[in-house]
Design a protein around this ligand. Structure first.
Ligand code: AMP
Length: 637
């Protein structure tokens, strides 16, 4: 049965959220606790900068932990499960409160003050969540760096955020193997121009860890001295920054997305009700990592602000066997799950019997986000789970919560496979033609944009660079302050949206966002590389994989097949060292010339088309046709 968006209740809620912003967001603000009520819902006197809940004071940690002590002190707040170390530990809200206060006291003893930055570079362990909540508690701004990033990437983020403290660990675990962190911490501190004064280390007993005297502090020892710590929540202004999270764009240097405090708390509280439809006391299981925005919003803050139980999972979906997630769902009676299309595709390759080994009746909905959800995968997992609803969510690090989604807490609407459904309340979505800048009609491709003010919870600015914020996000349409998502999309006759891919040089590998320029810069750190182009190539499992075409300074080293293999391996190792294995190209092809326009622009789209077996399109601007022939030859086409 097909429905038309215009006939839904959602359309009415959405229209009101835009026509009566103050009224709508004023009501949503009542889902959280305030120390002082806001004096003004929205200040948009300096567009495109939006200031939400001006004059209000609150605290994210208070909303995520303390306010539940009255009714939920003994309820499970956090369930930590590691199938890597075979640990399982449950923290009630009262216990979480205590652990967060201990962590907060340690931070204070190391000199961390309100407004200071604290960098969190940690595996998926409960202490990482204590650290993040403790930052919020004392008003420090956390900057979480994904544990898979290598030392130079970590150092670049240290230099941008200038943290006074870094919190890390001896090692993470992946697929049964230790992934040591400490040597990367040491290397990053020596690479950084302004390394943090202290490093607090959680020793899991997995890898050797020498402490640097005067700088490094052992967490277990510090915790033992703070067992009865009582640290009150700082009264933060709603507009005070709560965190920085780096993300990739077209230019080489990652941007620090800066989030506020009050708007974020309200946006997440509202989303748990209206979008995720997860009740307080129910169990929410998000399989992402705390290093990504999904982890920030829906492993930590969203479920806890909502008074739900959050599951923090360290491990793969396949260990000890491919039924592990469903066994967790059954054991903890998970009602709402959040994962990625790549994870669903990984499970699809396994024996289907694993999908039905456990009773997953409790699972009402499975949300999938971060990358396109292909129709066969969506259909397969929906059937394999015997009717759990699969909901495609579209959003970005910048927004912090969904832009496009079904909103079953408001109204249950039919979903269409391949579509993240409809605009979420608060987002004034415009689909704009890329050259005429006119709004496009049904079934026409446009750039997905939003008219500011962006709703609460979205990025306030780029950390330390207001100009970059305006230039990057609000200049796609000349003469208008329109926010660009950098994605193409269409809307069908029924009002359902479909995402078509990025408009910029960003690629999406298993839901991880990477800039092709960033990978090119990393490859250039290899001394024999003269020039390189990286493109994203369609991959049946991970959505996309980076592929590199490199021109060598000394091509003779790659003259033989063995030589070429060795050079390719060395270049891949360079990427591992500079960014981390998540950015490693699937292949590095060697050519003596890259296809460029006469004005010297790399023709990445043409290379990508050839690598995907498609026609490269109009090549009249190509400077030297032999460059394209070389690419074809390298690809074996
Ligand atoms: P990130 O900031 O890492 O979350 O990446 C955001 C980007 O991932 C978006 O701009 C899209 O290109 C892509 N993305 C996220 N969710 C979806 C989705 N549901 N469908 C298609 N693409 C998505």
């Amino acid at each position: 049965m097909s429905i038309n968006y215009n006939d839904t209740k959602l359309a009415g809620v959405h229209a009101r959220s835009l026509s009566d912003k103050e009224g709508f967001w004023g009501e949503q603000a009542q889902h959280i606790d305030w120390f002082e009520q806001p004096k003004q819902v929205l200040d948009f006197s300096n567009p495109p900068f939006a200031r939400w809940y001006v004059g209000g004071s609150t605290n994210l940690c208070h909303n995520a932990v303390d306010r539940h002590l009255k009714d939920r002190a003994n309820q499970k707040a956090l369930v930590y499960i590691s199938t890597e170390t075979n640990e399982e530990k449950v923290y009630s809200y009262a216990e979480l409160h205590q652990e967060v206060q201990r962590m907060a006291a340690i931070m204070q003893s190391l000199g961390v003050k309100r407004g200071d930055r604290v960098l969190v570079y940690m595996p998926m362990i409960a202490e990482a969540i204590f650290a993040i909540l403790a930052c919020a508690r004392i008003g420090a701004i956390h900057s979480v760096v994904f544990g898979g990033f290598a030392a130079p990437s970590l150092a670049a983020r240290i230099d941008d955020a200038t943290p006074v403290l870094m919190i890390s660990s001896d090692a993470g675990m992946r697929n049964g193997k230790e992934v040591p962190y400490k040597h990367l911490v040491d290397e990053a501190c020596s690479l950084a121009a302004k390394p943090p004064k202290h490093v607090l280390l959680v020793n899991r007993g997995l890898a050797k860890m020498d402490l640097v005297a005067g700088r490094d502090v052992d967490y277990a020892q510090a915790r033992a001295q703070n067992m009865n710590a009582q640290v009150p929540c700082e009264k933060m202004q709603a507009t005070d920054p709560s965190y920085i999270l780096y993300t990739s764009g077209t230019t080489g240097k990652p941007k620090g997305v800066q989030r506020d405090t009050g708007g974020y708390a309200v946006a997440l509280a509202a989303s748990m009700k209206h979008i995720y439809d997860c009740k307080p006391g129910e169990v929410f299981f998000c399989t992402s990592d705390i290093g990504w925005v999904v982890g920030h919003s829906y492993i930590i803050y969203g479920p806890l602000i909502n008074g739900s139980t959050t599951i923090v999972y360290e491990g793969l979906p396949l260990r000890p066997d491919p039924a592990i997630w469903w066994s967790i769902v059954e054991r903890y009676q998970v009602s709402t799950m959040f994962s990625s299309p790549t994870a669903a595709r990984v499970l699809k390759k396994q024996d289907p019997a694993y999908m039905t080994q456990h009773n997953t009746k409790c699972l009402r909905r499975l949300f999938l986000a971060g990358e396109p959800l292909d129709e066969p995968t969506a259909k397969w997992i929906s059937e394999a789970l015997g009717g759990a609803r699969i909901i495609d969510n579209y959003w970005q690090t910048e927004t912090g919560w969904p832009i496009l989604s079904a909103q079953h807490g408001l109204e249950v609407t039919e979903t269409k496979f391949g579509s993240p459904s409809f605009p979420v309340y608060g987002y004034d979505i415009r689909l704009v033609h890329e050259s005429t800048f006119e709004e496009v009609g049904a079934n026409e491709k446009g750039m997905l944009c939003a008219m500011p003010p962006l709703p609460p919870g979205c990025l306030q600015t780029v950390w330390g660079d207001d100009e970059r914020f305006v230039k990057t996000y609000f200049s796609a349409v000349p003469g208008q302050h329109l926010y660009s998502t950098f994605d193409y999309a269409t809307r069908d006759d029924d009002g359902y949206y479909f995402i078509l891919g990025r408009t910029d040089d960003v690629i999406n590998v298993a839901g991880h966002r990477l800039g092709t320029r960033e990978i090119e810069e990393a490859i250039q750190a290899h001394k024999n590389v003269a020039e390189v182009a990286v493109v994203g190539v369609a991959d049946t499992l991970k959505g996309q994989m980076p592929m590199a075409f490199a021109v060598l300074k000394d091509a003779s080293v790659a003259a033989t097949p063995e030589g070429a293999k060795a050079e390719e391996k060395a270049i891949m190792a360079t990427v591992d060292h500079e960014i981390g294995a998540i950015a490693r190209p699937s292949r590095v092809h060697f050519v003596t010339l890259l296809p460029k326009t006469r004005s010297g622009k790399l023709l990445r789209r043409a290379m990508q088309a050839l690598a995907e077996g498609r026609d490269p399109g109009d090549m009249t601007t190509l400077e030297d046709p032999s460059a394209l022939e070389q690419i074809k030859k390298a690809l074996g086409a």
